[in-house]
Write a protein that binds this ligand. Structure first.
Ligand code: PLP
Length: 384
């Protein structure tokens, strides 16, 4: 069982798509950059040199993990900034999907306000984007296509290589928000026809507030933050050295353990899905049954409110989410679930449980048991 560091209260954490623990190796690697090697990597003295060397090493590790060049990696403050930078390349006409993260959808709204047209391709009922639907949306003035690698709510993994091929057939730039996939699934930007990619540290066992954007050599990006000459003028501001070091180590640990974790976490996920689907009536699994992230399970329960479910699960020390974390508390149903065709009532009753290698089969069984009990109680209250 996962226990929090400072007390012995046992909690079951199944919200790894919202944020992850930081790997011990990453924490250990970061500490000296807070306490000793505190130099600004832009300075000339030795401590600064050590910081610059550590940043270069993180950049190399990350580039290697994607089949990219170190010069193609730009460190940012996280997924949101990387997505904003990518969408800043939108001109003329942009194609994206209806179920992207808000870090893509809000910049799209801003593009529309300034005269750029945006087409939102809808996923199928299984949560997959059809590359032919993307092709059908292409116009002579389309300059950018952005399709997320894996959806943060329902976990569906998109046919990125095929969509990238379609984009390149027409000479259109292709961006993917890979925040949920990077560190969890193998990614090769060259093979997958990706020109620009966003990732975030805290979704793969790195710290919060640090991420990167991969921008293929030869592509002209525009900075979001302007000021100093850091990151080849593409991202001004003193580098977050400890964060970058932590991200680099998290990336390296993720790559090292990926295959083993993928098999283990997928096993837990399928145990959870089978358990819930077999023991509860009126349960539906949202998203594709197999083409989904190893750790993602997303259910709807007929007649049950997601928020109520979360509160009752919290009383049993089970951490889960409903809709995306950013819109928790909002009354509107999840735009992801409505995009795959759920009606408002169904979308309001969703529950997302996201697993990692820190979870155990005992935790999964405890969650299935607690869920069954809570849903049974809620249903009998409704009948009474
Ligand atoms: C978490 C997330 C983001 C935002 O990343 P931050 O580092 O939290 O800004 C963007 N896209 C997706 C798909 C995400 O899951």
């Amino acid at each position: 069982m996962a226990t929090s560091a400072n007390d012995d209260i046992k909690m079951i954490y199944m919200d790894h798509a919202a944020t992850t623990y930081v790997h011990d190796e990453a924490v250990a690697a970061m500490v000296p950059f807070f306490t000793q090697k505190i130099g600004n990597p832009a300075a000339v003295y030795r401590y600064a040199g050590e910081a610059a060397k550590a940043v270069a090493e993180a950049r190399r590790t990350i580039a290697e993990s994607l089949g990219a060049e170190p010069s193609e990696i730009i460190f940012t403050s996280g997924g949101t900034e990387s997505d904003n930078m990518a969408m800043g390349m939108g001109r003329g006409h942009v194609i994206t999907t209806a179920f992207e993260h808000h870090a893509i959808l809000e910049p799209c709204k801003a593009l529309q306000k300034s005269g750029t047209e945006v087409t939102y391709v809808s996923p199928g009922a299984d949560g997959l984007i059809d590359p032919d639907a993307v092709r059908a949306a292409i116009r002579p003035d389309t300059k950018l296509i952005s399709v997320m690698f894996a959806n943060n709510e329902i976990g569906t993994v998109q046919p990125i290589e095929e969509i990238g091929r379609v984009a390149h057939e027409y000479g259109i730039m292709f961006h993917t928000d890979a925040v949920q996939a990077y560190g969890h699934l193998p990614i090769d930007v060259r093979k997958m026809n990706v020109d620009v990619l966003s990732a975030s540290g805290h979704k793969l066992g790195g710290p919060k507030g640090v991420g990167f954007v991969y921008v293929k050599n030869g592509i002209k990006a525009a900075p979001v933050l302007i000021g100093g000459p850091q990151e080849r003028g593409l991202r001004a501001g003193t580098l977050n050295v400890p964060g970058i070091v932590g991200l680099g180590v998290a990336a390296s640990v993720s790559m090292r353990d990926m295959e083993r974790n993928e098999i283990y976490v997928r096993g837990l996920r399928d145990r959870l899905i089978d358990g819930v689907m077999h023991s509860m009536t009126g349960a539906r699994l949202n998203g594709h049954p197999t083409r989904r992230l190893p750790g993602n399970a997303n259910f709807s329960f007929k007649g049950i409110e997601g928020e109520t479910l979360l509160i009752l699960l919290d009383r049993e020390r089970i951490c889960a989410s409903s809709g995306s974390a950013c819109s928790t508390g909002a009354i509107e149903p999840s735009h992801v679930l409505t995009a795959i065709g759920l009606d408002a009532a169904e979308a309001a009753g969703s529950l997302r449980l996201t697993l990692s290698e820190r979870n155990t089969a005992e935790e999964v069984d405890a969650v299935i048991e607690a869920l069954g009990r809570i849903i049974g109680r809620l249903r009998s209250m409704r009948k009474a």
